[in-house]
Design a protein around this ligand. Structure first.
Ligand SMILES: Cc1cc2nc3c(=O)[nH]c(=O)nc-3n(C[C@H](O)[C@H](O)[C@H](O)COP(=O)(O)OP(=O)(O)OC[C@H]3O[C@@H](n4cnc5c(N)ncnc54)[C@H](O)[C@@H]3O)c2cc1C
Length: 656
């Protein structure tokens, strides 16, 4: 377990990104500083800045008053994601002799950290801040480069890479354009994906899943408001997709059982990455292979900014390279796979009727593909369907001290994953059977259904029990696993320093503490009468051993009749949007003309989180790994249909 310093940086990274930590020192011989006319000393200087996860240290070598070299010597950033910034930002600083360089898209936290560290080093070398931050001269003239392809794929996440590889392997000349510096998108952040069958599953003695049964469950859960044809194609193709990916270098293993507890019997098709931090590189290898072996090219840091249309048909895409070149790419088919709009808070809130949700997904996915299609008249579908998943607790940023990472995690996160405390909405009504916390999708949906936040209520007695004995002593029956942590809510061992950590959150204003419920209502804004009624019933139910409101497990009804009370403000997280552009059974984007049956926009396709149709108004908890399963399978299918359109051929992925 890593020490607090590292963990705290993760919790605080957003806050810290805005506070310059300028520490610089000279590692050259201080006795004989070789000072140039511009005030800069020659030598090698160290500087430190705040990256996305933790401190970044650089060494800057100054020669003849110029920045000769910038080297990142220490960091805690996530490999792959940060690499582009670590390679690119130092050389840009040297090239322009300025720290006013653009961040690398998708690695802005790391980019800013390197710039901060370099600034610190330069200041310690005697630099003038204005000199080293001088604006970089940019070429004002627009350079346009014309390109042509059979198929253009916009976005290099799971859906885009699958589409590009499928199209290229079936003979299409493919161009992939990606907004950020690396492939993978949200897909490279996830744990695993659904597949109905695989060599690996069979080698473990698992039979192929009954996709007829899963189809019925799925469509039942969606009240048939999803597109049956798309759901069917996704499930059926998923019999082959895991093997297809493994053959192309994605490393994963079949999970023996589903992680989330409400996933139904007979639906475990969860294939988990062996090491999800490698997914980006492995998807990158898939692209490298089609560049080497087929007729394909990939442009990173080149976001699509518009579609080219002529007489109602899409003829290509315009993309903006970070090299200053605007690409006009003519193509017979265009696949939109830009990963939805999780990073666009306005669009998310509009889709959720005003409710705001933290984006814990890929924040550069801001709806580009969807908006470009809407501009061409496309219909949308189920925009409110989102992968609402996990909670966020206010106040973690106020915790300081030399604690173990898990101690901090328990105080700032595990407290939101306890079935033994009542969950109250903004008015003070209890809104759920808290036992649903064992399923992230259901519990997060329940919170979002209440608006922007909820209050999870503890008292001092309960916090003391957790600290001294563990959650089992307060009645909790099963612990909770999360991500890499097998047990975030220990039942039999005390939660070290819990009260100390919580008091810091109280002092910072993140957690509300009050001696009485009346006072708590006042502090939190809950309605006093409602809160008193809610808690009177809850406590009486706890004494009687029955939850008359929601029928929660009796053991989980912990009485909270004495203050001081602690109300933790809990907000929901959004991993990815899951509704988007309406597509037909051939993955073609369709016009918003229901009166004539949604006619296709010629040559335009969509896949992954850009494409709606798999869901009604919510993400399905029927199967685990559905979002990534959809990304890969819809990507393969959209890639095949796009290649068919471009090459005038037939591609049957189901009988390959
Ligand atoms: C932390 C986390 C964990 C998750 N875990 C799981 C899980 O275990 N299982 C699961 O099923 N789902 C999971 N999800 C959700 C799932 O990963 C996504 O829904 C899915 O991967 C989306 O795939 P995609 O290809 O549509 O989008 P992405 O993988 O996001 O790819 C979209 C790509 O398009 C690029 N792009 C955006 N705009 C442009 C533009 N204008 N021009 C060019 N390129 C552009 C982006 O940079 C990105 O690379 C998780 C999500 C998160 C955030």
């Amino acid at each position: 377990m890593k020490k607090k310093g590292y963990m705290k940086k993760i919790i605080l990274c957003m806050v810290l990104m805005f506070s310059l930590l300028l520490i610089g020192c000279n590692t050259s011989n201080e006795d004989s500083p070789n000072v140039e006319s511009n005030g800069l000393k020659n030598g090698t200087f160290e500087g430190e800045g705040n990256g996305y996860i933790g401190p970044i240290k650089v060494e800057v070598t100054l020669e003849d008053g110029n920045i000769g070299e910038v080297v990142v010597v220490e960091h805690n950033e996530t490999e792959n994601i940060a690499n582009a910034a670590i390679n690119e930002i130092p050389s840009k600083i040297v090239e322009h002799q300025s720290v006013a360089v653009d961040s690398v898209t998708g690695a802005t936290g790391t980019s800013k950290g390197i710039v901060e560290a370099t600034t610190a080093a330069l200041l310690s070398a005697g630099a003038d801040e204005a000199d080293i931050s001088k604006a970089i001269e940019r070429n004002q003239e627009e350079i346009i480069e014309e390109l042509e392809a059979d198929v253009v794929v916009v976005g290099a996440g799971g859906a885009g890479v699958s589409a590009a590889v499928t199209a290229a392997e079936n003979g299409a000349n493919v161009i992939v354009i990606e907004k950020t510096a690396i492939p993978g998108g949200t897909t490279a952040m996830g744990g695993g994906f659904f597949a109905a069958d695989s060599e690996q599953a069979r080698s473990m003695g698992h039979d192929p899943l009954d996709t007829d049964m899963i189809f019925d469950m799925w469509m039942g859960e969606m009240d048939w408001l999803a597109d049956g044809s798309l759901v069917r194609q996704f499930l059926e193709l998923s019999h082959t997709t895991a093997d297809w990916m493994e053959e192309r270098g994605i490393e994963f293993h079949k999970e023996a059982q589903a992680v989330q507890q409400t996933h139904a019997e007979g639906t475990n098709g969860y294939h988990k990455y062996d090491n999800f931090t490698q997914t980006s590189a492995q998807l990158g290898n898939m692209l490298d292979r089609i560049v080497e072996e087929y007729d394909a090219s990939v442009y990173y840091q080149t976001p699509a900014i518009d579609l080219i249309s002529e007489d109602g048909a899409i003829k290509g895409v315009i993309a903006q390279g970070n090299n200053g070149i605007t690409y006009h790419i003519k193509a017979d088919s265009i696949v939109l796979a830009t990963g939805g709009f999780v990073g666009n808070s306005e669009m998310v809130s509009e889709a959720l009727n005003g409710v705001t949700v933290n984006a814990s997904g890929y924040n550069t996915n801001v709806g580009d593909g969807i908006n470009m299609a809407i501009n061409e008249g496309a219909a949308t579908r189920s925009m409110q369907a989102m992968v609402l998943h996990t909670f966020n607790v206010d106040g973690g940023e106020f915790v300081e001290g030399d604690y173990e990472a898990m101690d901090i995690f328990q105080g700032t996160t595990s407290v939101a994953y306890m079935p033994i405390v009542p969950w109250l909405n903004g008015q003070g009504f209890r809104f759920a059977n808290e036992d649903m916390v064992y399923d992230r999708a259901l519990s997060t949906n329940a919170l979002v259904a209440q608006g922007n936040y909820g209050w999870f209520l503890y008292n001092e007695t309960l916090l003391n029990i957790l600290e001294n004995e563990g959650a089992g002593a307060a009645g909790m029956q099963d612990s909770i696993a999360m991500g890499p942590y097998p047990n975030i809510t220990p039942l039999d061992t005390g939660w070290n320093h819990l009260t100390e950590i919580v008091e810091q959150m109280v002092d910072g204003g993140g957690v509300i503490k009050a001696d009485t419920l009346e006072e708590l209502a006042q502090e939190t804004g809950m309605d006093e009468t409602i809160l008193l009624q809610t808690m009177a019933r809850y406590n009486e139910d706890a004494r009687n051993g029955v939850d008359t409101a929601f029928n929660k497990r009796t053991e989980h009804m912990f009485e909270l009749s004495e203050g001081p009370y602690y109300a933790f403000k809990v907000t929901p997280n959004n991993l990815s949007t899951a509704g988007g552009i309406r597509i037909n059974s051939n993955f073609q984007v369709v016009l918003d003309n229901p009166e004539v049956g949604y006619t296709p926009i010629p040559n335009l396709y969509a896949a992954g989180a850009d494409a709606g149709g798999l869901y009604s108004d919510h993400y399905a908890h029927t199967i685990e790994g559905a979002a990534q399963g959809w990304a890969y399978n819809s990507g393969r299918l959209a890639g095949a249909r796009a290649a068919e359109n471009a090459l005038n051929v037939q591609i049957d992925l189901f009988n390959e």
